[in-house]
Write a new protein. Structure first.
Ligand code: GDD
Ligand code: MG
Length: 366
C-alpha cells in the first residue's frame, strides 16, 4: 500500500522548536515526530511512502534517509512553491498508484487504517476521510454523514454560527487515483476547499473512529502528545521501551537522585543527588540535572545542562541549553536550542525564548 504524507507547512506555532528543525523531525519522546506516523502506517501494510515537502526538505531527508530503517520505501517530492494540500498531491501525480492513502503530517494517532480501507472498498468510495470527535471543531474540517457513511456536508473551518456536528476530518484519507482529475495543475489548490465539496454526493465517505487523535502543532499539544505516549494512551513503539514499569533507562544513566515513572532517561543522562525527575519526564541524551533540582511534566532535549536547586515543570527545553542554579522554568515555557540562562531566573507564562539567546543571572522574573 502506498501513502503520501503532506509535510509542507512551516510549523510556525511550534516555534522556537521549529526555528532550527522542521516540524516532521522535531523529537517527540525518543524519536523524530514523523517516525510515529511511519510506524503506524507500516503496521497497516504501507510499504511505500511519498513525503510531500516544502520547508527545510533536505533536513527531513537527512534524518529519515531512504526509509529502510522503517521497512518502507521512502521518496521525497519538493514543490517549486507551496501548492496547497491538493496542489501538492497533484505535483506527485506521476508517482501515485491507483489507490493510496494521504495523511496530514502533523497528527499523532492510532486510527485503524485497515478498517478504514475495508470500508472504502465496501462502499466503492472515491475518497474516504477518517473522522474523529473533538471538543472545538472550529479549527478543523467539519463533516456530516448520512446513515450509509456518505458525506452530506463538508465545511472547512466553520464560523461558530454553523457547527452541525463535532466530527472532524482527522487528516487521514483513502483515495482513488481518479480524484486527481478534479485538481488543476500548476497552481495552489486546497483539497479541503476545492476538492471535497465537489465530491459530496459523488463518492465522498467518512470513516468515524474513536481512536486516539491529536494535532501536535502547538507547545501545549506537543506536551500533551508526549504525556499521552508516556502514559500509553496512544499505541506506539515507545510502550515496548517503557514496559510494565513505565520507565525507560538508556545505557550509562547515572541516577543519584530519584526518577518517578512514567519517564524516559536516555543514554548518558546524569541526575545528581537529591534531584527528582518525573513523573511525565523525557530527558534526552547526556542531559545533566543538578543536585536538588525538580523536573516534572517536562521535556529536556539532548545535551542540556540544568544547575542545582532549579524547578523545571510543564515546559519544553530544547537541546544544548544551559540553565543556571536556582532558576525556575514553568507554565508552558519553551526554550529553543542552545539557550543559556543564568542563575536565579524565573521563566513562565508561556514564554518562548529563541535559539541561542543568553540571559544573564537574575535577568528575567515572569
Ligand atoms: N506539501 C505541502 N504543500 N504540504 C502542505 C501544504 C503545501 O502547500 N500546506 C499544508 N501542508 C501540510 C501541512 O504541513 C500539514 O501537515 C497538512 O498539510 C495540513 O495542513 P495544516 O496547515 O496543518 O491544516 P490544518 O491543520 O489547518 O487543517 C487540516 O487538518 C485538519 C486536521 O488536523 C485540514 O485538512 C482539516 O480539514 C483537518 O480537519
Ligand atoms: Mg494541522
Amino acid at each position: 500500500m502506498q501513502a503520501v504524507i503532506l509535510v509542507g507547512g512551516e510549523g510556525t506555532r511550534l516555534r522556537p522548536l521549529t526555528s532550527t528543525v522542521p516540524k516532521p523531525v522535531v523529537p517527540l519522546v525518543d524519536r523524530p515526530f514523523i517516525s510515529f506516523m511511519l510506524e503506524w502506517l507500516r503496521s497497516h501494510g504501507v510499504d511505500d511512502v511519498i513525503m510531500s515537502c516544502g520547508f527545510l526538505a533536505t533536513s527531513v531527508r537527512n534524518v529519515l534517509g531512504d526509509g529502510s530503517a522503517y521497512g518502507i520505501r521512502l521518496r521525497f517530492v519538493e514543490e517549486p512553491e507551496p501548492r496547497g494540500t491538493a496542489g501538492a498531491l497533484k505535483y506527485a501525480e506521476s508517482l501515485l498508484d491507483e489507490r493510496f492513502l494521504m495523511l496530514n503530517g502533523d497528527v499523532l494517532t492510532d486510527i485503524d487504517l485497515t478498517a478504514q480501507i475495508a470500508q472504502h472498498e465496501r462502499t466503492a468510495a472515491a475518497a474516504t476521510l477518517a473522522l474523529v470527535p473533538v471538543e472545538d471543531p472550529t479549527a478543523y474540517g467539519v463533516v456530516c454523514l448520512r446513515e450509509d457513511h456518505s458525506v452530506s456536508e463538508f465545511i472547512e473551518k466553520p464560523g461558530s454560527d454553523h457547527i452541525p456536528t463535532n466530527m472532524i476530518s482527522a487528516g487521514a484519507y483513502v483515495l482513488e487515483r481518479e480524484i486527481l482529475g478534479l485538481i488543476p495543475a500548476e497552481r495552489n489548490v486546497s483539497i479541503e476547499r476545492e476538492v471535497w465539496p465537489q465530491l459530496v454526493g459523488n463518492g465522498l465517505y467518512g470513516y468515524p473512529s474513536d481512536s486516539y487523535w491529536l494535532d501536535i502543532g502547538t507547545p501545549e499539544r506537543y506536551l500533551k502528545g508526549t504525556f499521552d505516549i508516556l502514559e500509553g494512551n496512544v499505541k506506539t513503539a515507545v510502550q515496548e521501551r517503557l514496559g510494565t514499569s513505565y520507565m525507560a533507562l538508556g545505557d550509562t544513566v547515572e541516577l543519584m537522585g530519584r526518577a518517578i515513572p512514567p519517564a524516559v532517561l536516555e543514554r548518558g543522562v546524569h541526575v545528581a543527588h537529591g534531584a527528582h525527575v518525573g513523573s511525565l519526564v523525557v530527558l534526552g541524551q547526556n542531559v545533566r540535572v543538578g543536585a536538588h533540582t525538580i523536573v516534572e511534566r517536562a521535556v529536556i532535549l539532548d545535551g542540556t545542562e540544568i544547575g542545582e536547586d532549579c524547578v523545571i515543570r510543564d515546559c519544553i527545553v530544547a537541546g544544548g541549553c544551559c540553565i543556571g542554579a536556582g532558576t525556575h522554568i514553568t507554565g508552558g515555557a519553551v526554550l529553543g536550542e542552545g539557550v543559556t540562562v543564568g542563575a536565579g531566573n524565573v521563566i513562565s507564562a508561556g514564554a518562548r525564548i529563541s535559539p541561542g539567546v543568553e540571559l544573564p543571572d537574575g535577568a528575567l522574573r515572569f
